[in-house]
Design a protein around this ligand. Structure first.
Ligand code: ADP
Ligand code: MG
Length: 624
């Protein structure tokens, strides 16, 4: 007798479940797709314990006939395809007929459903065993519940992560799907707490704002392009609103979120020269193209799609972004307007600050600037900074604890965004205390004449490193100087983000950022490290949030989380490329780099300086 035999259905389904059902997030995704295919007006999603204990999805769509219920949970049974030809033009999100059968094989699945004109009924599947259909009174639409995922498969249950991690993946799946369907109302509830309540919206930007906060949405730039057959449209972030993770990069085609490395590469290319290396832009892009130009049947969980002409999409995305950034004056970030703005342009939201000694983040804290530095002159303030200052509910006059130890030098230290205290750097290259002459060039590099040659320093990278080292050693020594904000700063976030911040409130507090929920999707920041100078708390919080979300995912230890927060603070509080520095500030930076360990690499791992040795110069000029 041969040794090959057909597998029983229960085993087939278990195997399929291995591909389709990885974790609660996969369940959320599959059930949402099913609900959306039923053309509902609203969908409510409820999870308990990260979705491991329960995922419930309720829709008010077309429902399932009682007779169809056993088929709905059978493998390879679908109402969405009839023939292989249909695969060429899939218009529904589902089509494989596998999800419910797979889920029923590895959990307890309960479906209650009623079509608008019909009778309600329910069916239950537990670890692959299908029970009888029973009549069940219910509203039109479908409720699907998945209880105790992998309850009957201990080996797979062992692979699930902590509930908090599963929750963050599941919430991410929800967010991606909800972003793709702004016309449907959604709610998301976790352990009885409402996390998202999204009204149906005819504007995509409205949905983005509801999910990620108006703070993100209001600063997005619209993009749109069409090559006759393929159209792309959506929103992209300004280069200065970059992130440390790809969390806010969303691609959609035919109502489906998808991943595509080539397209994201085109995005990176589009931002080339505008972002620091390793930083990620925000993008929400939707592609519209004929159904036969995209194949969605290439991945069991449909996370990836295949395009017939990927290079066309690549070019379209790249040219769209390039055109956008050429049209929008992004040069301001790199190069502040030549000359100085008239003094009165500093009034308005900034009045009253100019005469307070507000340190450029961290710079003067350990340096007594020379007495003869003179009064601040009208600032050459980059225009984009001014934009940013009007954003995100900044209090008109940020409270600054001028008496905080370390910064009370009494010398105007220059406002952070570019008051030149003293003569502009670059004219005569005075000698720093270290005995090295240093000059700022192109508002982004500092060139130092050292004993051994010439050193070119990236001002942002170096300052970021210095700030980080100082923050880190203060925290370690328990002596981080924290400034309480007299007027707490309000930050508008996405609702899910509030939860992340609240969860990590203690970690943030250890890094000097005290954050409290303020109701809805708003938090207030009541303190921040003195070293951050005048950098808006909102800017720091967004950066930190991003890093926390990424780090928490990898279940990092508390110490590492604090470190992530410090990195985020240093990154945002550091001077930027494009910020003009006074000579005193240049000298302070140059001097301090000698004191701080490891100043050769900024926290992102980029070099902070390049050195050209005298020997090398002499050799090049044939002097030796
Ligand atoms: P697929 O979605 O690939 O067809 P599923 O196993 O996910 O496969 O679902 C099987 C069938 O059950 C679907 O084809 C559909 O007819 C029906 N169904 C599942 N969920 C719903 C729902 N929420 N509303 C209406 N019908 C549904
Ligand atoms: Mg399906």
């Amino acid at each position: 007798m041969g040794r090959i035999h057909k597998l029983p259905v229960s085993v087939v389904n278990r195997i399929a479940a291995g591909e389709v059902v990885e974790r609660p997030a996969s369940i959320v995704k599959e059930l949402l797709e099913n609900a959306l295919d039923a053309a509902p007006a609203r969908i409510d999603v409820e999870l308990d314990q990260g979705g491991v204990a329960l995922v419930r999805v309720v829709d008010d769509g077309g429902g399932i006939e009682p007779d169809d219920l056993p088929l709905a949970v059978a493998a390879h049974a679908t109402s969405k395809l009839r023939s292989a030809d249909d695969l060429e033009r899939i218009e529904t999100l589902g089509f494989r007929g596998e999800a419910l059968a797979s889920i029923g094989a590895v959990a307890r699945l309960v479906i209650r459903s009623r079509t608008p004109g019909g009778d309600g009924a329910s069916i239950e599947v537990d670890g692959g065993r299908v029970a009888e259909v029973v009549p069940h009174g219910c509203a039109a639409g479908t409720t699907v519940e998945v209880h105790q995922l992998f309850g009957n498969v201990p080996a797979r249950r062992a692979f699930l992560r902590a509930a908090a991690t599963e929750w963050s993946h599941a919430a991410e799946a929800f967010v991606r799907t909800a972003l793709a369907h702004p016309g449907v109302a959604f709610t998301l509830t976790h352990n009885g707490r409402r996390i998202h309540d999204l009204p149906a919206s005819d504007s995509w930007l409205g949905r983005i704002a509801a999910l990620h906060g108006a703070g993100v949405a209001d600063r997005l730039l619209p993009v749109e392009a069409d090559d006759g057959e393929i159209a792309v449209h959506g929103f992209v972030g300004r280069p200065e609103d970059d992130m440390s993770s790809t969390r806010l990069q969303h691609l959609f085609v035919a109502g489906r979120p998808f991943r595509d490395r080539a397209i994201l590469h085109a995005v990176q290319e589009g931002y080339r020269g505008l972002l620091l290396s390793g930083r990620q832009p925000i993008v929400f892009l939707r592609f519209d193209l004929p159904a036969d130009m995209v194949d969605v049947n290439v991945h069991p969980s449909k996370m990836e799609v295949r395009f017939r002409e990927p290079s066309r999409l690549y070019r379209l995305v790249l040219s769209t972004l390039r055109t956008k950034f050429l049209a929008t004056d992004m040069t301001a970030r790199m190069k502040p307007p030549a000359g100085s703005l008239p003094a009165q342009s500093l009034s308005g939201s900034l009045s009253g600050q100019a005469d307070v000694a507000i340190p450029r983040a961290g710079l003067p804290a350990t340096v007594a600037l020379p007495r003869h530095a003179g009064p601040p002159v009208a600032a050459a303030r980059p225009l984009w900074e001014e934009d940013a200052a009007h954003d995100g509910d900044l209090p008109a006059v940020p409270a600054v604890a001028t008496d905080a130890g370390g910064i009370a030098t009494g010398v105007p230290a220059g406002i952070p965004t570019g008051t030149a205290a003293g003569p502009p750097a670059g004219r005569s290259a005075p000698v720093a205390d270290s005995g090295e002459r240093a000059v700022q060039m192109h508002d982004r590099y500092i060139v130092v004449e050292s004993r051994d040659g010439i050193e070119v320093i990236d001002q942002h990278a170096l300052h970021e490193r210095l700030l980080y080292e100082r923050l880190k050693s203060s925290v370690a020594a328990g002596g981080l100087e924290v400034q309480s904000l007299l007027v707490p700063e309000r930050v508008d976030l996405g609702p899910g983000e509030v939860a992340v911040l609240t969860e990590h409130a203690e970690t943030l507090a250890r890094a000097g950022m005290r954050v409290e929920p303020f109701g809805g999707s708003t938090v207030i920041v009541t303190s921040k490290p003195v070293l951050t100078g005048r950098t808006a708390a909102a800017t720091i919080i967004r950066e930190v949030l991003d890093r926390l979300a990424a780090a928490a995912e990898s279940a990092a230890a508390t110490g590492m989380l604090v470190d992530e927060v410090l990195h985020g603070i240093a990154c945002k509080a550091a001077i930027k490329a494009g910020d003009p520095l006074s000579q005193a500030e240049v000298d302070a930076l140059v001097r301090e780099r000698l004191v701080v360990r490891e100043s050769h690499h900024c926290p992102h791992g980029r070099p902070t300086s390049l050195t050209l040795s005298r020997q090398e110069l002499d050799r090049q000029f044939r002097r030796t």
